[in-house]
Design a binder for this molecule. Structure first.
Ligand SMILES: Nc1ncnc2c1ncn2[C@@H]1O[C@H](COP(=O)(O)OP(=O)(O)OP(=O)(O)O)[C@@H](O)[C@H]1O
Ligand SMILES: NC(=O)c1ccc[n+]([C@@H]2O[C@H](COP(=O)(O)O)[C@@H](O)[C@H]2O)c1
Length: 290
């Protein structure tokens, strides 16, 4: 797939969101049957199995009981052994959910960080999307946004949905904390800025093992939120935040920056953290060599 033209068109347009690929026909991201669209927003630099796992868990999650139907089973097996995409993530039960891989060309914190050009990232996202569709049989699309903040991403995506669907933003704990950080909304109040977002969409959050906060502290943060421990955050918002900790999940240690360092230093350790197709692409195109 050649994304250069689509990327060029997007960057030179006034648009803040565009769909550049979909497993559905006519670049549709949802159908009339889709009740939930899971949005995985990232700089995909490169896409890795931590992203895959986050999407997988967000799609499998039971939002009505606030639980992961497979967590008991996952606990019972040896989580230290395989790090591979698991099969049949999206079964019939979840057939009304779809995944949107969203490339952010602007970041709320990092200024113009482009170790791999956007064309390459889109190609790698496409490899992940193809694999996702092949393994899970689920609907998946790829979008680009120029919005850095989630509140703005939500509005831009909703504007282009041909059918109404609930949006669930799948994020790691480090991102959840930043979504709720007042500093991104100044001079406005967090309460005013996020109210609509929290009332209309969900956040699915996976704990991260590489975070300075322990998994217990990460779970506690959302628990405290629901108890109204933060004066500037309404406790009702916790109803829209679903946090999941999978004990021993090795993939929660993976990060794009670590993978880039591993490639630059010629280590082989990154192979366990990305799809083989993405690994081949990185090597073929000599990405992250310095
Ligand atoms: N291993 C992981 N487990 C859970 N969430 C993850 C994991 N890796 C990334 N995420 C989440 O995926 C989203 C997009 O991640 P991002 O592109 O920033 O990846 P990253 O690997 O953290 O990148 P970088 O190391 O360059 O900061 C963020 O919400 C992030 O918290
Ligand atoms: N308040 C917010 O909505 C907020 C804050 C920090 C990062 N972000 C976004 O989260 C995504 C992931 O960010 P990092 O790559 O910095 O982990 C990016 O799209 C970034 O712009 C949003």
């Amino acid at each position: 797939m050649n994304f250069s033209q689509k990327l060029k068109e997007f960057l030179s347009s006034e648009k803040s969101f565009a769909v550049v690929y979909s497993s559905l026909s006519a670049s549709r991201i949802v159908t009339e049957k889709t009740s939930r669209l899971v949005v995985l927003d990232s700089s995909f630099n490169p896409p890795h199995l931590g992203h895959w796992s986050l999407a997988e868990k967000a799609l499998k999650f039971n939002y009505s009981t606030n639980s992961d139907p497979q967590i008991a089973q996952v606990d019972a097996i040896d989580l230290d052994v395989p790090i591979e995409p698991s099969k049949n993530v999206v079964g019939d039960k979840n057939s009304a959910s779809a995944l949107l891989l969203l490339l952010s060309v602007k970041n709320a914190d990092k200024a113009n960080l482009t170790p791999a050009p956007f064309e390459h990232r889109l190609e790698m996202m496409y490899l992940m999307a193809q694999k996702w569709h092949q393994v899970t049989k689920g609907d998946v699309s790829i979008g680009i946004t120029s919005h850095a903040k989630f509140v703005d991403k939500l509005v831009a995506i909703l504007e282009q949905l041909p059918h109404p669907a609930k949006l669930t933003f799948a994020v790691g704990y480090d991102t959840l904390v930043r979504i709720l950080d007042q500093k991104y909304y100044l001079p406005d109040r967090l309460l005013d800025s996020l109210c609509e977002f929290m009332n209309t969409s969900d956040i699915f959050c996976l704990t991260r093992a590489d975070d300075p906060d322990s998994s217990v502290q990460q779970l506690q943060f959302v628990d405290d939120l629901g108890r109204g421990h933060f004066a500037h955050i309404p406790k009702s918002w916790a109803l829209s935040i679903h946090i999941l900790n999978v004990p021993g999940l090795k993939i929660s240690l993976v990060s794009s920056s670590q993978i880039r360092r591993d490639y630059a230093e010629g280590r082989n350790s990154e192979k366990d953290s990305i799809l083989a197709e993405v690994d081949n692409y990185i090597l073929k195109n000599k990405l992250y060599t310095e």
